[in-house]
Design a binder for this molecule. Sequence first.
Ligand SMILES: [Zn+2]
Ligand SMILES: [Zn+2]
Length: 286
Amino acid sequence: MTQGKFRPVLFVVIIWMHAMACLALWYEWNFGFTLSALLWLIGVHTLRSVGISLGNHRLFTHRSFKCHFPTEVLLDFCGAMAAQGSLLKWVLDHDQHHKDTEGLWDPHTPAKFGGVAGFLWAHCVWLFYDVKRPSKDFALISARKNVRIAKWDKWVYPIGLLSGFVIPFYFEGFAGLLLVGFLGVVISWHITWCVNSVCHLFGGADPAFQKTRDQSRNNWPLSLLSYIGEAWHNYHHQKADSAFLGWRWYQPDLGKWILIVGEKAGLFWDINRPPTEAKQKQLVFE
Ligand SMILES: [Zn+2]
Ligand SMILES: [Zn+2]
């Protein structure tokens, strides 16, 4: 078994957050929700998605583009709003997923159990256990990539985490706290979790590209729901250091469009692109 000890505190926190999300729905149903609270939810949800996808994932894990250090701190802050734990552990877990996808060391492969149990494991049950690491060297490599931001993360994380609750409460009162804070975090969790569960079980692959040996899939419906780009997960497993997740122009990938606009404004540079047409064909016929 490559899973570690049960984490009772995290288990209770996740259950409690879901209870608060239900309370938020009850509150909104009984007292009515305002358009402004809904706009807050959409706005903060988008910031959380940008933080997790552009920050934790494309920048801090895969280093698929470059930016100034203050931009790194801002992305770390937005990622902290999503309440997915401190940055370095997120990077370690995700690095491990790529290094041994569907293998023994993959922290959240649905192949571990198969069927409904496999789906639930990949979706969130894996979070209730410590992740065992294959070697210290591996952890060091991940840490070295993020040595500067890791120091800042100690401050950024609690401030960012609280901001996801305090700012909506300040502007929208209890409706903001419940809808944007608690329900918003739970919605954001499930959309992220779906990448690990749904996108390793349901969906397809673009036939113009090389097939991967793992079970990763591109999932159209989820790409509309998550719109940040993470549902193009088969592309991502083909070339993890590509900063663009939707490789075709019409595929929803807000992260890609932010990078393209930000590149023109001088905010981002050295952005890794997906393989070119010629390279794709070469890969297919290899
Ligand atoms: Zn994956
Ligand atoms: Zn990745």
